[in-house]
Design a protein. Structure first.
Length: 377
């Protein structure tokens, strides 16, 4: 892979550390770079909690997320009603964090992954969990936590991430000397795919016969090349050529577009290359320079735009032209995370302890919530 400039090495390393790259559902998982990008605060200025893994329910009624606070030793997971602005929170065991992965098809179940931040202080167990969100009461509540990975064992393999298919079937990623994908069937692990290096992205696309799985992963153990693969009926096929000299790859949720990022010649910005996935081939569509201020990216629900965030500004990158536009005039976001709503041209942005609604067309932003004082330090 291409060597980064010193500035980008520092920024990108901190970005990946902050995010827990293991989620693997998209480059939107780079969402918490701001943990390490926030300017230092004085002793007299309260430091806001860091918001992680914003996930909006399919009906746009609820948003779930995690927050880290108390010197990055304590985390809670939150659910917020976007209609009533009511919310509730559940503390994660001290020293642990829960990263929201995705909502189930019912819009009231959540999948999340538990990991350390940065060391265990109280007893808990890493793994993959799900939980129901009840909304019968005035305030939405977390209920009925289940650890889905507790009884899943594979000799020599450690489960470290997972995702749901459209049928709510669980697929897990494991790590041994290499990494693998397994489908969970009746509490047993059925092999799907194997990588000699790293998995960057995983997409489950519903078909008439079940699911096709599209993954972007390393081709060799040294991580010198990566490629797009399709898994169908437990058979893996490489689609198109392998790529080198890339920093990250971003596959759309419908597996129709593949975006590759590399350093721009000026050493400050990015070069993006867009490919269209057509059956078993890749068609190059466009290459363009994108501002280096774009740190984390998120596909729009209609796949016609990509939101760029976590830097100073918010950016909208059109597909397939890759033309970049600044959203609004505010240029001091340094957001923790962002997410698109599913049924309107609106995004949610978490920044500096606040949750904002931003109209993509006009750039107008509205503060809808601020963390209570007890989460600030």
């Amino acid at each position: 892979m291409k060597t980064l400039s010193p500035v980008k090495v520092t920024l990108f390393s901190l970005t990946l550390l902050a995010l827990g790259f293991v989620i693997g559902l998209g480059y939107q998982s780079y969402q918490n770079a701001a943990i390490h990008q926030k300017p230092a605060t004085t002793a007299q200025t309260p430091s806001p909690p860091v918001t992680r893994s914003l996930r909006v329910s399919p009906d746009d009624q609820l948003v779930a997320f995690s927050a880290i606070y108390n010197g990055y030793n304590q985390s809670s997971r939150f659910v917020f009603d976007l209609n009533s602005y009511k919310w509730t929170a559940v503390e994660t065991p001290t020293g642990w964090q829960d990263s929201m992965v995705q909502w189930g098809e019912d819009g009231r179940s959540l999948l999340y992954e538990r990991s350390k931040i940065p060391q265990i202080i109280t007893g808990a167990e890493a793994g993959i969990y799900s939980e129901k969100i009840t909304s019968e009461k005035e305030v939405p509540e977390w209920q009925s936590q289940r650890q889905l990975s507790k009884d899943l064992r594979q000799s020599g393999e450690r489960i470290y991430a997972g995702f749901w298919t459209a049928q709510n079937q669980l697929v897990v990623k494991t790590q041994h000397s290499d990494r693998s994908l397994f489908m969970v069937e009746n509490d047993t692990l059925t092999p799907l795919d194997h990588s000699p290096g790293t998995y960057y992205q995983n997409r489950a696309v519903k078909t008439a016969d079940g699911n096709d799985y599209y993954v972007v992963r390393d081709v060799d153990r040294g991580g010198n090349k990566a490629a797009l693969f399709r898994i169908r009926n437990q058979q893996t096929t490489q689609i198109g050529e392998a790529f080198s000299d890339i920093i990250w790859a971003y596959l759309s949720e419908n597996a129709k577009w593949l975006l590759l990022c590399s350093n721009a010649p000026n050493g400050e910005d990015w070069t993006w290359t867009l490919w269209q996935v057509q059956n078993d081939t890749l068609k190059k569509v466009k290459a363009a320079q994108v501002p280096g201020d774009v740190i984390a990216v998120y596909w729009s629900p209609d796949f016609k735009h990509i939101l760029g965030a976590v830097g100073n500004s918010l950016w909208l990158i059109d597909v397939p032209t890759l033309k970049a536009h600044k959203i609004g005039k505010y240029d001091n976001w340094h957001a923790d995370d962002a997410v698109w709503l599913n049924h309107s041209n609106t995004i949610l942005v978490a920044a500096e302890g606040k949750l904002w609604k931003v109209d993509v067309g006009s750039g107008k932003r509205t503060e809808i919530w601020k963390f209570p004082d007890k989460y600030w330090q």
